[in-house]
Every structure is written in structure tokens, then in C-alpha cells.
Design a protein around this ligand. Structure first.
Ligand code: NAD
Length: 497
């Protein structure tokens, strides 16, 4: 069986312990992934430490050229990468291609790093004094990524971190690590010096070794909220810069004036695409008025019944399986809980059978109507193909509901009313907002991040915020003696006035 190895200093290396990697469409173990420990992390840090000085001193335009070649290689190898994503994650090939393309957009943005690092300059900030700020790399930075976007989320992090002159250590999800490694390996083919990117596999022990290592100056994390919070707390207590993106419960509000057919079609993709395993998935539809709710449910039901579910690696499907048996059981547990708490399960995807894939972790589309805010299926992130309909009387009530939720990642309003849209976008306490756009994932030249317990830290992921996250500002004031002759010592605090 294939072993998914670490990548340290440009070399593949192994650990005595391994973890199984499963194909969720068949339930079979397809590979073993190396399970790194403290020693593996130390090896990666040593490689990164050795590589950093020369990489830091490499001109940004040369660093950008590696990114140009990396982008080309990602496009050349896209079909192979997409197969690997789909085989271990379970998402459809088309969806995996979408994730890869969104990841590549971050590489494109990193190609502009000479412009992004230009800094700020003031001539004659004082008599004969010029002042400027520049942005220097931090040193060694690390990224810890979730299973649900094994190609895209790592690409949110290391292209910009590396383009800014840092050395990077990536700890991918142990559930679907092969595509993540395959993507990172292309950086060496693109001409990146050894040791600038290192990939260390494993679980909690590996992550904690990174969090405690003084050489690691910053941590980017994406995953569930309890882990995000723990990582933020431990990393910052150790003096690191940390951005930790967590879980979500994304609401779409449907106003009575919305184009219901259009809302239902786009909600289908947003709720059930990738089997609901997206941090931006819509998991709650808040309908204003009973008539809106009745019409939306009526419109959704035949579409849910028509969902094409199967092995992600086959073409033309809408949904694959959930990622692991454990996660499928967790999702089934939520569905039982929803029924027990009195919500109406009007579409039941449990018990779905996919011919030839009887051991796959499939759950079909589920729709709960008349969900109320105290129910667990409303409060908690299910991360499965389960959409909850909540009925409210007004837009204000919908906004109050969303603002009271502990998560604030994404949200959307379906309407034709410009005033309502403006009020919603302005007043909603959520980091990413769509108006008739159910998955408002910002493009690569903006930044991505939620509010409240969906993000711990200050700066958001990718885009302009990532340039700031992966660099530190240095302010330089300079005067040359020929332009200044001191006649006496100056003891008062210097000012320009
Ligand atoms: P997870 O939190 O279980 O794992 C994420 C990473 O942390 C993995 O690399 C894992 O090995 C590591 N990890 C797990 N437990 C750990 C622990 N106790 N200590 C240290 N490290 C640990 O998340 P997941 O199941 O892989 O991904 C799904 C979650 O990620 C969902 O909650 C989803 O909403 C969230 N997510 C958020 C965003 C976002 O941008 N906000 C994007 C994608 C996914």
C-alpha cells in the first residue's frame, strides 16, 4: 500500500507510525500517511531555518517567478490532483476542480508580490529626513489545514507566505493528505529551493510541537472552532502571531419578494454541494413569512429528491459521500436529534444506497422544516447535507437571529429590495455577506474571514490581509550628515512642528 510521506528539505521521509487514509466512497483504506512527532517537526524546523536567510534575501520578483511556474504546473497537473482530492475526500470531480481553481487564484495573487511589498515612503518627513516602512518576512511560519479543502485551503496560506520571503511548514489534514502533498511537491519542480516548503503529516501531537516551537513565528489554522480556539490560545501564549479560522452556521434569509425559483436553485448548491462539508455551506434558510417558507420548501423538495449521489470520482454527480464513517455517524446523530426535538424532517436522506458502493459513507439530502433556535440542529454546525428552515415574521427578526448566533462566517439575503439589502449588509454581524449570492467566498484579491467564534485573531486569510499577516512592518528614518549639521544637543522630543 502507498505511503504518504513527509516532505522535508526537498526529500520524502517517513515516520515509524502511520495513520490510515480511506476512500469514503468505498470505505476501503487506500493509503497510509506518516504520523509525525516532535522529532519530525524539529527536522522540518531545522530545514526551514537553514533555507530562510537565502530565501529572505532573494528579490521578490524572483520569488514571484517561482509562483508563475507553480501556477502553470498546477494547471498542467490539474486532472491528476482533482482525482486525488475526490478519491480521499469524496467530493465530485467537478467540485474538486472548482476548489483547485480557487486555490490557483491565490497563487496568481502571490505573483504580484513585488507590488504588494512595495512599502510606504515619505520624503522630507523631517529636516533632511526621509522615512519609509517596509514589510519583512517573519521567518518560519506554519499552516494547519482541514480535510474539506485539501488543495485550496493550503493554497490560501503558503503561496503568499513564501512569496513574502518566509519558510513554511504545512501540517495537512490526516484524512485526505495525498493531494495536499502532491500540490506542495510541485513547488520544487517550479524551482523553490529545498527547505522553504516542508510538509509534516500527523495529528494533535504534530500540531502541538509546532505551537510550542520558538522558531515558528506565526500559525495559520483552518478547522473546527474548538480546535481553532485551542490553537489560538496556546499559540498566542507562546508569543506567536495566530490566525485561527473556525466553524460556521451560515444563514440565508429569504424575503417574500425574492425570486423563489432562483433562490431554491442556488440554495441547492450552497446547502448540498460537497455534501454540506463547506465552512461557507448554507445550513439554515430563514424564511420571512409562512407563505415564503411553504413555497421554498415546496420548490426544494423535488430538487432534493432529484439529487444525484454517488462515488465522487464518477462524472456528472451532485454529491459524493461524507468524509469518514465517524463523521457520517455524527451527521446521522444530528438528524435523529432534530426529529426528537420536534423539527419536521420533510426530506430524509438517510438509508440512501449507491449501487456498487454499499460500504460508502453516503447520506442523501435532508431538509428540516419548522426548526427553532433552541434546537441543537440549529445551534451547532452539522457539516453534512442537512438544511434547516426557520420561520420568522420580519427581516429584523431574521437579522436578530443571525446576530445572536455564536458563529458569523457567511450569510446571504435573497431579495429584490435594495433598501432591505443595504440594511442587511450594513447591520449583519457576519464576516462575509452575499446579496442573492449564497456562497460569498471573496475572490483572491480580497480577504476571507468570519466574525465571532468563526475566527480567532485579527487578520483574515489570503488577499491583502495575508501580506500583513506574513510580514512585519519596519519603519526606517534616515538622515545623511551633509544635509544636517547639529550645532547643539537636542533634549526635547523631536517633532516636525
Ligand atoms: P478539525 O478541527 O478536526 O481539524 C483541522 C486540523 O487540525 C487538522 O489538520 C487536524 O489534524 C488538526 N487537529 C484536529 N484536532 C486537533 C487537536 N485537538 N489539536 C491540534 N490539532 C488538531 O477540522 P476538520 O474536521 O478537518 O475540518 C472541518 C472544520 O473546519 C469545520 O468545522 C469547518 O467549518 C471548518 N472550516 C473552516 C473554514 C473557515 O475558513 N472558517 C474553512 C474550512 C473548514
Amino acid at each position: 500500500m502507498d505511503l504518504v510521506s513527509h516532505l522535508i528539505n526537498g526529500e520524502k521521509c517517513h515516520s515509524p507510525n502511520t495513520l490510515p487514509v480511506t476512500n469514503p466512497s468505498t470505505g476501503e483504506t487506500v493509503r497510509q500517511v506518516a504520523n509525525g512527532d516532535q522529532a519530525t517537526v524539529e527536522q522540518a524546523i531545522a530545514a526551514a531555518r537553514a533555507a530562510f536567510p537565502a530565501w529572505r534575501d532573494t528579490p521578490p520578483a524572483k520569488r514571484a517567478q517561482v509562483m508563475y511556474r507553480f501556477k502553470q504546473l498546477l494547471e498542467t497537473h490539474a486532472d491528476r490532483l482533482v482525482q486525488l482530492i475526490s478519491e480521499e475526500h469524496g467530493k465530485t470531480l467537478e467540485d474538486a476542480m472548482g476548489e483547485l481553481k480557487r486555490g490557483i487564484e491565490n497563487v496568481e495573487y502571490a505573483c504580484g508580490v513585488p507590488e504588494l511589498l512595495k512599502g510606504e515612503y515619505s520624503h522630507n518627513a523631517g529636516p533632511g529626513i526621509d522615512a519609509w516602512s517596509n514589510f519583512q518576512p517573519l521567518g518560519i511560519v506554519a499552516g494547519i489545514t482541514p480535510f474539506n479543502f485539501p488543495a485550496m485551503v493550503p493554497l490560501w496560506m503558503y503561496p503568499m507566505a513564501i512569496a513574502c520571503g518566509n519558510a513554511f511548514i504545512l501540517k495537512p489534514s490526516e484524512k485526505d493528505p495525498t493531494s495536499t502533498l502532491a500540490v506542495a511537491e510541485l513547488l520544487h519542480e517550479a524551482g523553490l529551493p529545498n527547505g522553504v516548503i516542508n510538509v509534516v503529516h500527523g495529528g494533535r501531537e504534530t500540531v502541538e510541537a509546532l505551537l510550542d516551537a520558538p522558531d515558528v513565528k506565526a500559525i495559520s489554522f483552518v478547522g473546527s472552532t474548538p480546535v481553532a480556539e485551542a490553537i489560538y490560545t496556546r499559540g498566542s501564549a507562546n508569543g506567536k502571531r495566530v490566525q485561527a479560522l473556525g466553524g460556521a452556521k451560515n444563514h440565508a434569509v429569504v424575503l417574500p419578494d425574492a425570486d423563489l425559483e432562483n433562490a431554491a436553485i442556488t440554495l441547492m448548491g450552497a446547502a448540498y454541494g460537497s455534501c454540506g462539508e463547506r465552512c461557507m455551506a448554507i445550513s439554515v434558510a430563514v424564511c420571512v413569512g409562512d407563505e415564503t417558507a411553504d413555497r421554498l420548501v415546496e420548490t426544494l423538495l423535488p430538487k432534493i429528491a432529484g439529487l444525484k449521489v454517488g462515488a465522487g470520482t464518477e462524472r456528472g454527480l451532485d454529491m459524493g459521500p461524507l468524509v469518514t464513517a465517524e463523521h457520517r455517524d455524527k451527521v446521522l446523530g444530528y438528524i435523529e436529534d432534530g426529529v426528537a426535538s420536534g423539527a419536521q424532517l420533510v426530506a430524509d436522506g438517510r438509508g440512501i444506497k449507491v449501487a456498487g458502493h454499499e460500504d460508502g459513507y453516503f447520506v442523501g439530502g435532508c431538509l428540516f422544516d419548522r426548526v427553532t433556535p433552541e434546537m441543537r440542529i440549529y445551534r451547532e454546525e452539522i457539516f453534512g447535507p442537512v438544511l434547516c428552515v426557520v420561520r420568522v415574521a420580519s427581516l429584523d427578526e431574521a437579522m436578530a437571529l443571525i446576530n445572536a448566533h455564536e458563529y458569523g462566517n457567511g450569510t446571504c439575503l435573497f431579495t429584490r429590495d435594495g433598501e432591505a439589502a443595504r440594511r442587511f449588509a450594513d447591520g449583519i454581524e457576519v464576516g462575509m455577506v452575499g446579496i442573492n449570492v449564497p456562497l460569498p467566498v471573496p475572490v483572491a484579491y480580497h480577504s476571507f474571514g468570519g466574525w465571532k467564534r468563526s475566527l480567532f485573531g485579527d487578520l483574515h486569510a489570503y488577499g491583502p490581509d495575508s501580506v500583513r499577516f506574513y510580514t512585519r512592518r519596519k519603519a526606517v528614518s534616515q538622515r545623511w550628515p551633509s544635509s544636517f549639521e547639529a550645532s547643539s544637543a537636542e533634549f526635547s522630543f523631536p517633532s516636525s512642528g
